[in-house]
Design a protein. Structure first.
Length: 387
């Protein structure tokens, strides 16, 4: 029996002081035109990476995107006193034995893979252990090998593939594209939209100088002159978790509290994690003004269209209050248009600490909201295809 997908949607209004969180090719803040107005813009990758790293840090379960698996294995084998030629031959076996015809690689650069692999960092040690287990076979194969001859696969393909397609919680959340090993493909449960300012936001110049602290002779003035560009913005941020896909990725035997805990962890870090662009010179460590969640069956709904018309500042200044009102009115409109038949739960928290009725249950803190929406999201959740 097919189970309709369930989604946890997260809507955030996030004021950020002067910053350059995500730079373009000219080292300036990224911008995009929306509603015939220039907006500050942050690519989803720029926000997704710090969230992923924070989730992994808290779980103590790290993953890495890398092309360097074979060279890293060779280095560790040499550290374990393997001869260099044997360590290199063993690392070559990783790409040649992983599947029929092997993984695409660059033999002149330590057999590094052509495609980036996204895998648990502990896999390197597992592959070293696999090579140790088959050291005698590797030594014999190396002795019989001639340089002009193609390397014949030797390591067990099943074991190699199992290591290269293993997962962490973050891989189950953010997905993995692994075209050369289709069994390693993981459909992303998290979808994240680019963040954009809800109002017009043009980059502003910041002229600065660096003084020469140890001048020679009659030198005066600055040793370096430069103009940096920064933006000040109130961002709308949106992400959604396909909870059914996440449950499927984790497997039907995963305890419910494990799934709930992982969702709560993601929500907390989605709210609080920040991109690192220019952080040492801008320290843009603000927190959101408003966080709103909905749990829906069948489809996800972004509120980004609420801000197609740029928000105008309040008479006394500031975009936060008008943007909060715009989002609230749009949420009410969506409820009118879609109805509430597939709305499982919704809630919010805000710096005002006052309930906003159209946004559902009021929570007093980010932690309370994260726990509540994770519990609501996983209530009676079953993976696709399960009764």
């Amino acid at each position: 029996m097919h189970t309709p997908a369930r989604f946890l949607d997260l809507h955030v209004l996030h004021p950020v002081t002067a910053a350059n969180l995500n730079r373009d090719a000219d080292n300036e803040p990224k911008t995009i035109s929306y509603g015939n107005a220039t907006r500050a813009f942050i690519s989803p990758q720029a926000w997704k990476r710090p969230i992923r790293l924070d989730v992994e840090q808290e779980l103590g379960e790290h993953a890495a995107r890398t092309r360097m698996v074979p060279p890293l294995v060779a280095r560790k084998l040499q550290e374990a006193q393997w001869p260099e030629d044997l360590a290199t031959f063993a690392s070559a076996q990783i790409v040649h034995s992983a599947k029929k015809n092997g993984l695409q690689h660059n033999a002149t650069q330590g057999y590094r893979t052509q495609a980036m692999l996204y895998l648990p960092t502990g896999v390197i040690d597992n592959l070293v252990a696999l090579c140790e287990k088959h050291r005698t076979d590797l030594e014999e194969a190396l002795a019989a090998h001639t340089p002009k001859k193609k390397i014949s696969p030797l390591l067990p393909t099943k074991d190699l593939a199992a290591h290269l397609t293993s997962r962490t919680a973050s891989i189950n959340l953010f997905g993995r594209m692994l075209a050369e090993l289709p069994a390693g493909h993981v459909e992303a449960a998290v979808q994240m939209a680019p963040a954009f300012s809800v109002h017009r936001s043009d980059p502003q110049p910041d002229f600065f100088t660096a003084v020469e602290d140890l001048p020679m002779g009659g030198d005066t003035g600055s040793a370096h002159l430069q103009t940096a560009f920064l933006t000040t913005s109130l961002f709308y941020r949106f992400a959604t978790i396909n909870l059914t896909d996440l449950h499927h990725n984790l497997g039907p035997s995963t305890p419910a509290d494990t799934i709930t805990g992982l969702i709560e962890l993601f929500v907390r870090h989605f709210i609080l994690s920040m991109p690192g662009g220019k952080k040492t010179s801008t320290a843009p460590h603000t927190v959101p003004d408003l966080v709103h969640y909905t749990v829906r069956d069948r489809r996800s709904v972004s509120y980004g269209a609420a801000f197609e018309q740029p928000v105008k500042a309040a008479p006394q200044g500031g975009y936060t209050a008008p943007a909060r009102q715009t989002l609230t009115e749009y949420a009410a409109t969506i409820s009118r248009l879609l109805g509430t038949r597939h709305l499982i739960a919704h809630g919010h928290t805000s710096t005002t600490n006052k309930p906003i009725k159209p946004l559902g249950t009021h929570h007093t803190s980010f932690d309370d909201l994260a726990a509540a929406c994770a519990t609501a999201a996983t209530n009676a959740l079953t993976p696709t295809g399960q009764p």
